[in-house]
Write a protein that binds this ligand. Structure first.
Ligand code: NAD
Ligand code: UDP
Length: 340
């Protein structure tokens, strides 16, 4: 297939380019590089021997999107482009609605004009809001709720796609709800490279380990979980990338709009992830316990059986693999892609 991958220079996008190449697909990336670097695609070439064509542009820029779609025929789109920081979305809601919602509406409009109807969307477990423990592990039928402007952009876009599919049977939408992507390609050539101080747990841990940050604060150890720290469903980014390739193989067979969890089905606590990481690095990680972070759910993990049934996909890598590969990436690239 010839794939248009928006946001393909980013963390999950670059790993998906590698997986798509391995499956024999051709990739064109549309990315405005607002949270990434073209270096990631040079690294993709070092891994897979092929470099995706990169068009530097914004999904909200109709002229750019139109010229990309005029210039080549695409079989399907994987839509990663978007802003993703929950806290920033609370401070800058307009920017999130403009970038994620308005940008995606432009993209979808140009796709229907160009009759490209197979669409894989990066949704998120955030659409389950702060889940009721009675609904764990989360199935795709669990109640949906937005707990931040970021979450609202994912929820609204899912709704847009559901209604568009109901109105026009030519569309095939897969809404892939990712749980907590972590880790890096085993080569250590590509990985997560957040700008500024990371908000997410794994990049915070790796930056403490490499000496860029002093210590990790674990937010809360009084949750109603086995060890008192929050539980999440961490998924290796290469498993996630392979999940996209498995989904693409089925996108045209599945009518309308289908939401599918991409997770492992395992609940791992913050303390357990820190212990796995210490094992990978072979030394203790400086950390202390602090107060809860406002808005955090005590526990959130997936029932991944629908992905297995529909795509024949399951995650293969465990928390030790995630920590080993995250550390391999960070220790080889202490400043990420900067200075490369
Ligand atoms: P990322 O920031 O590394 O990648 C997103 C890419 O999109 C970046 O390369 C950025 O430059 C690009 N981009 C942003 N706005 C754009 C625009 N208007 N036009 C063109 N390019 C634009 O993030 P990621 O972790 O790879 O996430 C990819 C997608 O997956 C996002 O939609 C995110 O919301 C979703 N997601 C991520 C996580 C996670 O924890 N990483 C979890 C669930 C869902
Ligand atoms: N977390 C933490 N310290 C940090 C960052 C995160 O203890 O510096 C915890 C956070 O409270 C949550 C878990 O790690 O319980 C995962 O947080 P992350 O932001 O990575 O993912 P999300 O909460 O969005 O699932």
């Amino acid at each position: 297939m010839h794939l248009l991958v928006t946001g393909g220079a980013g963390y999950i996008g670059s790993h998906t380019c590698v997986a798509a190449h391995a499956a024999g697909h051709t990739v064109t990336v549309l990315d405005n590089l607002c949270n990434s670097s073209a270096e990631s695609l040079a690294r993709v070439e070092r891994i897979s021997g092929r470099r995706p064509r990169l068009i530097v542009g914004d999904i909200a820029d109709r002229a750019v999107v139109r010229s990309v779609l005029d210039s080549e025929k695409f079989d399907a789109v994987i839509h990663f482009a978007g802003l993703k920081a929950v806290g920033e979305s609370v401070a800058k809601p307009w920017e999130y609605y403009q970038n994620n919602v308005a940008g995606t509406l432009v993209l979808l409009d140009e796709l229907r004009r160009h009759e490209v109807f197979d669409f894989v969307f990066s949704s998120s477990a955030t659409v389950y809001g702060n889940p009721d423990p009675a609904n764990l592990p989360l199935r795709e039928t669990a109640p949906l709720a937005a707990v931040s402007p970021y979450g609202a952009t994912k929820l609204w876009l899912e709704e847009v796609m559901r209604s568009m599919a109901a109105a026009d049977p030519r569309w095939h939408f897969l809404l892939l709800r990712y749980f907590n992507p972590v880790g890096a390609h085993e080569s250590g050539l590509i990985g997560e490279d957040p700008s500024g101080i990371p908000n997410n747990l794994m990049p915070y841990i790796t930056q403490v380990a490499v000496g860029r940050l002093k210590e990790l604060t674990i937010f809360g150890n009084d949750y109603p979980t086995p060890d008192g720290t929050c539980q999440r469903d961490y998924i290796h980014v290469c498993d996630l990338a392979e999940g996209h390739v498995a989904a693409l193989a089925k996108v045209r067979e599945l009518p309308g709009c289908t939401a599918v969890n991409l997770g492992t089905g395992n609940a791992v606590s913050v303390a357990q992830l820190v212990a796995s990481f210490e094992k990978a690095v072979g030394r203790p990680l400086p950390h202390r316990y602090g107060p809860r972070r406002p808005g955090d759910a005590a526990a959130c993990w997936a029932d991944p059986s629908k992905a297995r049934e529909l795509f024949g996909w399951t995650a293969k890598r465990n928390a030790d693999d995630m920590c080993r590969d995250a550390w391999n990436w960070q220790s080889r690239n202490p400043n990420g892609y900067r200075g490369a």
